[in-house]
Design a protein. Structure first.
Length: 584
């Protein structure tokens, strides 16, 4: 049963990009680092860290040699030498303390810059035009990008820094002390069953066997951890998304008395998180048997290994303690993988999620999502042309399973009022997205006006978390307009109460009624003065009187062509040109 679950977990994760192995993941993220703005700062810190680590290892090397005279002084009850060696110890220990503090600061700064570079790179890739929306249509990889941009990026940056520094430190420590241990045990010999036994480098071989057995056992016991950690990150993201979605829609949930349903949905997400945490807890518990068992055994293992030589009289007490110290240093270096198996598992899980996310973003520019039958171009005249259109459902299933058809050629000229509607079975929203260049699936031709001054107003608007003046001019900079222009735009759309709140920052989608939200969105159009305004069912939820006001505001934007994708009896009252869509 355990093997079946493990294989299912692995398949669930790797099916997103089965050809994207560990080496490819490392290569991609290394490339991202090399092109990042923080590369120079991280490299400088790396050189400083390497210098500190080498100096620290040398101090540890001196401390290990200090064992022989110190313990010999104890054995010989030589009090003057004992105090002399105490002075030496405090000098070495003080130096190590300073070096450790400096290394801790360098560690933190390196992790900080690593996170800055990684997070900014991912945000830059994600926020390239139209990438984020296209990513959301890819299925599982497009779910909860905030988790990968925030938590996964943080984990990867911090773990990469700590593990890399630890690995370098352990390697230098191993290279330094394995030679010391070899020299110490080069002449080790003891008598067994009346026969002298001599094993060159006896303590080195013992350390290798001891640490190697611990590594293999830890690797076997903890083999499920990378997969389980990746699943935990995914389930945590699902829980956070469920909580966030519930909070954002609390008004509608409360009005429909849906708290019970949402509670069950949230509890289901919590159950999924708890289930994977239970499996992780069992896996970590099993790993603790190995890591803690070998940890306690290490207290006495080097003494037991060197005991035959010591009791045979071929080793002084000081030499024994020096050999024990060198053995512990070598074993510590060799045990680095064992002691860090859990963070390595976390790191591999974070590396997989972040690198797959980044690859998915980059691949969006290389993949041909749509057949060449749908041709979206900018024409040579100030006309919008729709010709023999067929818009089909997204092959992945996102966006619904209905399409639309528009036979023949339709030309919309400057200043016209047009309603695009038709058979209720036609998914007219696809046309709105196709006009925006966001729906590539289909065939036919869409020729946009040459000026390109289109303003697309979706059914649900977006207000950035910013002062009102920035909301009014979004996405243009607020300083492109004078306060007088901003205030006039608010007055023109019927929002005089907001005139004195240009510098106020609030959740506008919450404090404004739906009618006021629509008026605020139109204030942006009044400022921008687009040549073409295309609305997607934006009037449906408003009362008839408000609809009349909105249409009046649209008509006041001089010379603008207004295209309404949807159905509104109020808009029909101005006798617009009608275009009828058919289902496909």
């Amino acid at each position: 049963m355990a093997n079946t679950e493990q294989n299912a977990d692995r398949s669930d994760i790797e099916n997103e990009y089965p050809d994207f192995g560990f080496g490819s993941q490392l290569k991609m993220m290394a490339g991202a680092f090399w092109t990042s703005q923080v590369r120079g700062r991280v490299l400088i810190l790396t050189v400083a860290l390497l210098t500190i680590i080498l100096t620290t290892v040398y101090a540890q090397y001196r401390l290990n040699y200090w064992n022989t005279p110190f313990y010999n002084a104890l054995e010989q009850r030589n009090l003057p030498e004992f105090f002399t060696q105490l002075k030496v110890f405090f000098v070495i220990a003080g130096s190590l303390l300073v070096l450790n503090v400096i290394q801790a600061w360098l560690n933190q700064m390196t992790a900080l810059y690593m996170r800055e570079g990684l997070t900014r790179d991912l945000v830059d890739q994600w926020m390239k035009p139209r990438r984020a929306l296209r990513l959301s249509r890819l299925g599982k990889i497009g779910v909860n990008p905030d988790q990968r941009l925030h938590e996964d990026a943080r984990n990867l940056a911090e773990l990469t820094t700590s593990l890399a520094i630890g690995l370098v430190n352990a390697t230098i420590l191993l290279v330094s002390f394995i030679g010391v241990l070899w020299v110490l045990s080069a002449d080790f010999s003891f008598v067994f069953d009346g026969k002298p036994i001599h094993i060159p480098g006896y303590m080195v071989w013992a350390a290798l066997i001891y640490a190697g057995s611990a590594s293999m056992l830890s690797n076997y016991v903890g083999r499920k951890l990378p997969i389980l950690n990746s699943r935990k990150l995914s389930q945590e993201a699902e829980l956070r998304f469920t909580l966030m979605r519930t909070n954002e829609n609390m008004m509608a949930i409360t009005l429909t008395k849906g708290e019970g349903n949402e509670q069950r949905r949230i509890n289901g997400a919590i159950d999924n998180v708890l289930a994977i945490i239970r499996r992780l807890a069992l896996a970590y518990t099993n790993l603790t048997w190995v890591s803690a068992g070998f940890g306690w055994l290490t207290t006495i293992a080097p003494i037991l290994i060197a005991a035959p030589v010591y009791f045979s009289g071929n080793l002084s007490f000081g030499g024994l303690m020096m050999a024990v110290g060198a053995f512990n240093q070598v074993n510590t270096a060799l045990r680095w993988y064992i002691d860090n198996f859990r963070p390595i598992a976390d790191w591999k899980a974070a590396l997989f999620r972040v690198s797959v996310f980044r690859r998915a973003l980059i691949d969006l520019d290389q993949a041909e999502d749509a057949p060449s039958g749908l041709n979206l171009t900018t024409g040579k005249s100030e006309q919008l042309v729709l010709k023999d259109l067929v818009l089909t459902a997204n092959p992945s299933g996102n966006g619904g399973d209905r399409g639309l058809r528009l036979d023949g050629e339709y030309v919309i000229g400057p200043g016209e009022r047009v309603m695009i509607n038709g058979d209720p079975r036609a998914n007219r929203r696809l046309l709105f997205q196709a006009l925006a260049g966001l729906w590539p699936w289909g065939q036919g031709e869409i020729r946009l006006p040459k000026s390109g001054r289109l303003l697309l107003i979706p059914q649900k608007g977006y207000f950035p978390d910013a002062p009102l003046r920035e909301v009014l001019t979004y996405p243009l900079p607020a300083d492109a307009y004078r306060d007088e222009e901003l205030q006039k735009a608010l007055m023109d759309v019927g929002l005089p109460r907001l005139v004195d709140h240009l510098d106020s920052r609030d959740r506008w989608e919450r404090i404004l009624e739906e009618e006021e939200q629509m008026r605020l969105r139109l204030a942006n159009a009044v400022l921008v003065k687009p040549g073409w305004i295309i609305l997607d069912d934006a009037l449906e939820a408003l009362d008839p009187e408000t609809q009349k006001d909105i249409i009046g505001i649209l008509n006041a934007i001089g010379g603008a062509t207004v295209i309404y994708v949807g159905r509104s009896e109020t808009f029909l009252s101005i006798e617009p040109k009608s275009i009828h869509l058919q289902p496909y």
